[in-house]
Design a protein around this ligand. Structure first.
Ligand SMILES: *[C@@H]1O[C@H](CO)[C@@H](O)[C@H](O)[C@H]1NC(C)=O
Length: 199
């Protein structure tokens, strides 16, 4: 997270709220240095199969490992609430999942990630449940593809969480990685799971 920018936003946002709750009219993009609205795929304008693409956000318990990303926790969540059109922090999933979490699995444990034109955004998460929580907080999201991008994402061991507006089967899970990374390694995909929202 860009702490300097964050604190600048925080102080401006808080003083604006205190001064006049109805006149909050800030440009979040120019303040944070990143556009977190749908027109910029919520901070990840390039889909995960595009060489050199970067996750737009991180949601999970290890923000300290992802300082370069917009980490969806704490103060940033309160700030984002002032900007309803921007990415929002999800409601954390319950520790023990309910019998039905509102999703059904369409494929599991593949070595290919979903590649499709209805791509919405992607980021990093700790768990599949966190990825579903992200989908629940992104307008129009109906499909979750979580996977390990081995060697990719600057070596992050977190799950990649890629979100789409329509549901997909294994037939679209054809991004096998194969991108040469800055350190010369080639990335590949494991544990790719697809989940479609019920109804
Ligand atoms: C997923 O696939 C890998 C490699 O094909 C296999 O080693 C692993 O046991 C599988 N995991 C599950 C949970 O089925």
């Amino acid at each position: 997270m860009r702490f300097t920018a964050l604190f600048a936003v925080a102080s401006i946002a808080i003083s604006s709220v205190a001064a006049s709750p109805l006149s909050v009219n800030l440009d979040l993009g120019s303040l944070l240095g990143i556009d977190l609205t749908s027109s910029n795929n919520f901070g990840a304008p390039h889909a995960p199969w595009v060489p050199g693409s970067k996750p737009g956000w991180y949601f999970g318990n290890h923000p300290e490992q992802h300082r370069e990303l917009t980490c969806l926790f704490g103060l940033i969540c309160k700030i984002l609430k002032l900007f309803p059109f921007a990415l929002q922090c999800p409601v954390p999933p319950p520790p023990t999942p309910p019998p039905s979490d509102g999703y059904h699995q369409t494929f599991s444990n593949l070595t290919g990630a979903t590649q499709a034109g209805d791509y919405l955004t992607f980021g990093l998460v700790d768990t599949v449940a966190d990825c579903k929580a992200m989908c629940n907080s992104v307008a129009g999201c109906n499909f979750v593809n979580s996977y390990h991008d081995v060697n990719g994402k600057d070596g992050s061991t977190q799950l990649t969480c890629s979100l789409f507006s329509a549901c997909h089967t294994s037939s679209d899970a054809d991004n096998l990685g194969g991108q040469t990374q800055p350190d010369g390694s080639i990335d590949f995909i494991t544990n790719s799971d697809g989940f479609c929202k019920d109804s």
